[in-house]
Design a protein around this ligand. Structure first.
Ligand code: FAD
Ligand code: NAI
Length: 479
C-alpha cells in the first residue's frame, strides 16, 4: 500500500526529527522514517546523538565526574565517604534510562505534532509525476514493507564511525563510539586512536573511572582547530590528570592478542613503538550514511566521500530533495543539523530559513570544558585581520573559586578598528553554558564594549566573559 505525504524526512536524528516537527508546524502532512532499533527491537528515534552520541556520552561524563569528585575533591569540602566505588552496570543502566527518555520524548513529539513515524530503512525507489517514491523496509521479520511518496524529501541519514583500514570494529576489543559507551567494566589499559572530540570525551570518562588511557594522535598539533592558547591550556590540564596524549604518531599494524590488542606505531621522533591495551577506541572521524539509500535510483549526487552534495541552502541536485546534518558538508554537530532541518522546512514553506555558519558554537565536554565560537587568533592572523585580544583567568573569578574549579580562561578577540567581537574561546568550568552569551554577541554583531557594559550577575562564571571584554580594552577590574 502506498501513502502520500507532503514531506518525507529520512532519518530521525537531530537534523531529521526537528525538520519533521517544524514542517508539521508549518501545516504539512509529514512522515519521518528511521531504522534505529533499541535492545528490544522497538524504534529508537534520535539518531547517533540520542543513542550513541551526545546524550549517552554526556551521561557517562557526568557519572565519571561525580566519581572523580567524590574520590579527589569531597575531602576539601569536609565530606568523608570511605572508599569510593563505581558500579559500572548501574552507571550504564542510568545512561540507558536517559537515552530511553529521549527516544520516548521524540515519539511523543511526533504524536503531538501529527508526524507519521515509520520504523525501518528507507530507500529511494523512483521519481515520477507524483514525486519521489520511498520504500520502507521494516526491521522486524515478517513486517510488511511499505511505500510512501512525497514531492519534498529531506534526507537526514547522519554518519557512522570511520574504521581504520583493515581494522573493523568488533565492539569487543576494537570499539567505535558505540562500544566505547557500553564497556561492561573499566579496562585497565585503554588505547584511543584520534585525539579529536570523541577521543578526549570518552578517554576522559574511562580515565576518571580508573583506566590507564593513552591517546595516539596522527597530527603533530593538539586540537588544531582550537585557538592555540586555549588548546595549550587544555593540554596542560589533561597532562596533569594523567590522560596520556602522544602527538605526531603513525599507527601501523593492530593485532588481536589473547586479551586485548597490540598497536604498533612510530612516535613523533620516528621511533617504532608498541602499545598493548585491553580495549581500543578508534575515533578518527565519521563518514556520511548514504549506503542503503539507493541514491542512484533517482540520480541523487554524492561526493567522493559519499556525502550528499548540497548548496548553501541544503538543496541537492534533485528538485524537492534536500539534505541536512552529518550527511552533508560542514561540522558534524547536532545543533548544526537541527538548524539546517528547521531552515529547510521553512524554505519548503516558502519562508526564508537561514543558518549562520559563522556563529555555530563548538563544545568539548571534557574537564575543563572547551568551547568556542567565531575565529581563532591564528585564523585572524592568517586572514590579515587587525585584532585586539582580552583574556580573563577563572583563577580571578569568585564563583570559580567557590566551585573549586579555577582552571582556564575566557579569551575574547575583537576587531582592532571597530571593536566588533570576532571570536570567543573558553577553557574552563561550564564553558558549554558560557558560550551561549558569546554566540548571541556574535550573532548581534556586538562590540567588546557592549559585553563589558552589560551587568552580569555576581558571583557567576559569566563575569569572566565580561572581564575578558573589559580586558580587550585593557581595563579588566579583577585581574
Ligand atoms: P544522526 O544523528 O546520525 O541520525 C541519522 C538517523 O538516520 C539515524 O537514526 C539513522 O539510523 C537513520 N538512518 C540512516 N540511514 C537511514 C535509512 N536509509 N533509512 C532510515 N533511517 C536511516 N554533537 C554535538 O553537537 N554535541 C555533542 O555533545 C556531541 N557528542 C557526540 C558524541 C559522540 C560519541 C558522537 C559519535 C557524536 C556526537 N555528536 C555531538 C555529533 C552528533 O551526534 C551528530 O552531529 C548528530 O547526531 C547529527 O545528526 P543527524 O540528524 O545529521 O544524524
Ligand atoms: P574528530 O574529527 O574530532 O577527530 C579525529 C582525530 O583523529 C583528529 O585529531 C585526526 O587528526 C585524528 N586521526 C585521523 N586519522 C588518524 C589516524 N589514522 N591515526 C591517528 N590519528 C588520526 O573525530 P571524532 O573524534 O571521531 O568525532 C567525530 C565527530 O563527532 C567530531 O568531529 C564532531 O563533529 C562530533 N562530535 C562532537 C562532539 C561535541 O560536540 N562535543 C562530541 C563527539 C563527537
Amino acid at each position: 500500500m502506498s501513502q502520500t505525504f507532503d514531506v518525507i524526512v529520512i532519518g530521525a536524528g537531530p537534523g531529521g526529527y526537528v525538520a519533521a516537527i517544524r514542517a508539521a508546524q508549518l501545516g504539512f502532512k509529514v512522515a519521518c522514517i528511521d531504522e534505529w532499533s533499541n535492545a528490544d527491537g522497538g524504534p529508537a528515534p534520535g539518531g547517533t546523538c540520542t543513542n550513541v552520541g551526545c546524550i549517552p556520552s554526556k551521561a557517562l561524563l557526568q557519572s565519571s565526574e561525580h566519581f572523580e569528585h567524590a574520590r579527589l575533591h569531597f575531602g576539601e569540602h569536609g565530606i568523608s565517604t570511605g572508599a569510593v566505588k563505581i558500579d559500572v552496570g548501574q552507571m550504564l543502566g542510568r545512561k540507558n534510562t536517559v537515552v530511553k527518555q529521549n527516544n520516548d520524548g521524540i515519539l511523543y513529539l511526533f504524536k503531538k505534532n501529527k508526524v507519521a513515524f515509520f520504523h525501518g530503512r528507507a530507500s529511494f525507489v523512483q521519481a515520477d509525476a507524483a514525486g519521489y517514491q520511498i520504500a520502507v523496509a521494516a526491521p522486524a521479520a515478517g513486517a510488511e514493507p511499505q511505500t510512501l511518496s512525497a514531492k519534498q524529501v529531506i534526507v537526514a541519514t547522519g554518519s557512522s564511525a570511520r574504521e581504520l583500514p583493515g581494522v573493523p570494529f568488533d565492539e569487543v576489543n576494537v570499539l567505535s563510539n558505540d562500544g566505547g559507551l557500553r564497556l561492561g567494566a573499566v579496562p585497565k589499559r585503554l588505547a584511543v586512536i584520534g585525539s579529536g572530540v570523541i577521543g578526549l570525551e570518552l578517554g576522559s570518562v574511562w580515565r576518571r573511572l580508573g583506566a590507564d588511557v593513552t591517546v595516539l594522535e596522527g597530527l603533530p598539533t593538539f586540537l588544531g582547530a582550537v585557538d592555540e592558547q586555549i588548546a595549550r591550556e587544555a593540554k596542560k590540564a589533561f597532562d596533569k590528570q594523567g590522560l596520556k596524549i602522544e602527538l605526531g604518531v603513525q599507527v601501523g599494524e593492530i593485532k588481536a592478542l589473547k586479551k586485548g590488542v597490540s598497536i604498533a606505531y612510530t612516535n613523533a621522533k620516528g621511533e617504532p613503538q608498541t602499545l598493548e591495551a585491553d580495549k581500543l577506541i578508534v575515533s578518527i572521524g565519521r563518514a556520511p550514511n548514504t549506503q542503503g539509500l539507493n541514491a542512484q535510483a533517482v540520480g541523487l549526487q554524492l561526493d567522493e566521500r559519499g556525502a550528499i552534495v548540497v548548496d548553501a541552502d541544503c538543496r541537492t541536485n534533485l528538485p524537492g530533495v534536500w539534505a541536512v546534518g552529518d550527511v552533508v558538508r560542514g561540522p558534524m554537530l547536532a545543533h548544526k543539523a537541527e538548524e539546517e532541518g528547521v531552515a529547510v522546512a521553512e524554505r519548503i514553506a516558502g519562508q526564508h530559513g537561514h543558518v549562520n555558519f559563522d556563529t555555530i558554537p563548538w563544545v568539548i565536554y571534557t574537564s575543563p570544558e572547551i568551547a568556542w565560537v567565531g575565529r581563532t587568533e591564528q585564523q585572524l592572523k592568517a586572514d590579515g585581520v587587525a585584532y585586539k585580544a582580552g583574556t580573563f583567568p577563572f583563577l580571578a573569578n569568585g564563583r570559580a573559586r567557590a566551585l573549586g574549579d579555577t582552571t582556564g580562561m575566557v579569551k575574547m578577540l575583537a576587531d582592532a578598528a571597530t571593536d566588533q567581537i570576532l571570536g570567543v574561546h573558553i577553557v574552563g568550568p561550564m564553558a558549554s553554558e558560557l558560550i551561549a552569551e558569546a554566540v548571541l554577541a556574535l550573532e548581534f554583531k556586538a562590540s567588546a564594549e557592549d559585553i563589558a557594559r552589560i551587568c552580569h550577575a555576581h558571583p557567576s562564571l559569566s563575569e569572566a566573559t565580561k572581564e575578558a571584554a573589559l580586558a580587550v580594552d585593557k581595563r579588566a577590574l579583577n585581574f
